[in-house]
Write a protein that binds this ligand. Structure first.
Ligand code: BYC
Length: 347
């Protein structure tokens, strides 16, 4: 919710608004604030954890709310492309696995919204930012899932990229986010393996099935590389995020680790990664790879990818259709509370 869109002025203001007014502090208040800042810096420098009740700079809080809420939104929007295939899964076994995976993503969203709530932002505020298009979610979920092979490729590559990005977040300096990430990473790792296994089965099938897998890999590969975010030189949030121990590894370094880890897996699978420039560089000890289409990435991030409008509309409809469930749960909770109160009064 704290996205760049918050920096866009609504229009000319009749009276100039001063944004830099800071409250005047007494010397005692200033001393308390300095001590709190010093303690925060010490914890960060010692690679410790900041917890919800600890003092933290406002900018640290906002950065965390921005990142964690975007992450939560990605999880619940990420349910949609795969959810499309639940009713068309090729066997009962694949259907059961896919239902469990999509359900896991919903659970990840819940842990993450809860982690963000500990920073003082309500779930309603975060969902409102998502539903009104002010909040970002991962670019990767704005592409269509055209065949069953896409479901396997999402598991193998999208969840594979997600794990690469999320393992370092288990060491994030904010306690509730770091702890949520431990469980999420365990589940993501199962997701990645089930995707690889389902592709392996298809690659042992007929020529049509093999071609379907290759086509899905061709369509998803570059989008997965872009998932790690802009190149380090254009990554506006990286320096501060790394200073605060929120981000541990840079966008480009994670992307490189993902390429290096995926090349041997593609060989085992028997698919070609669609990049003529992809080759081992002995001197660097890494694979070189080609140019990512950053114009396409930014168009997608800014709402103009192939499925952005469809994803958001589906999400808003699901939220509105679920209003009666939230109302019923609240009514039940109120009734339980009243009953408890009556029992206490009678005792
Ligand atoms: N898509 O300065 P940067 C999943 C934005 S869920 C959209 O490098 P930062 C899964 C970025 O937000 C996957 N926007 O930012 C779920 C920033 O804009 P704002 C989600 C992107 O925060 C279901 C601007 O570009 N994972 O895996 O330092 C099924 C400049 O970027 C993207 C997470 O959210 C993108 N791909 O680093 C299967 C992990 N990339 O906010 C799988 C947690 C960048 O200033 N998040 N932007 O308006 C992170 O680790 C970091 O936020 C990022 C970006 C690496 C994504």
């Amino acid at each position: 919710m704290y996205t760049q869109s918050f920096n866009v002025p609504d229009g000319p203001s009749p009276t100039p608004v001063k944004h830099d007014i800071k409250p005047v502090l007494t010397p005692e208040q200033q001393h308390v604030l300095d001590r709190a800042q010093m303690r925060f810096d010490e914890v960060i420098d010692a690679d410790g954890k900041i917890e919800p009740k600890d003092w933290m700079p406002e900018a640290y809080r906002k950065t965390l709310v921005r990142q964690i809420s975007q992450h939560a939104h990605s999880e619940i929007v990420g349910m949609l492309p795969e959810g499309n295939w639940i009713s068309r899964a090729p066997s009962l076994k694949r259907k059961a696995i896919l239902i469990a995976k999509v359900q896991d993503e919903g659970g990840h969203g819940l842990y993450l919204y809860s982690a963000a709530e500990t920073l003082g932002t309500s779930r309603d505020q975060m969902l409102d930012a998502l539903h009104t298009g002010r909040a970002k979610y991962s670019s990767i979920f704005n592409y269509p899932t055209l065949t069953w092979a896409d479901v396997g490729v999402i598991g193998w590559l999208v969840d594979g990229a997600a794990i690469m990005n999320q393992i370092p977040l288990c060491r994030c300096s904010y306690g509730p986010y770091a702890r949520a990430m431990v469980r999420i990473c365990k589940e993501e790792s199962f997701h990645q393996r089930q995707g690889f296994e389902s592709l392996m089965v298809m690659m042992q099938g007929n020529a049509e099935q093999q071609a379907m897998v290759q086509d899905a890999v061709n369509r998803w590969w570059w989008k997965c590389l872009a998932m790690f975010g802009p190149p380090d030189a254009d990554s506006t949030n990286s320096t501060q995020g790394m200073r605060w121990g929120i981000k541990r590894v840079s966008n480009d370094d994670l992307r490189q680790k993902f390429v290096d880890a995926t090349v041997p897996q593609a060989k085992v699978l028997g698919v070609t990664l669609p990049d003529p420039d992809l080759k081992w560089n002995e001197a660097r000890g890494h694979h070189d790879y080609g140019q990512i289409d950053w114009d396409e990435f930014w168009a997608t991030v800014n709402g103009n990818g192939p499925c952005n409008k469809e994803r958001l509309a589906t999400r808003v409809k699901a939220h509105e259709d679920g209003q009666w469930v939230r109302d019923a749960a609240m009514a039940y909770a109120r009734k339980q509370q009243q009953r408890q109160q009556q029992q206490q009064e009678a005792a």
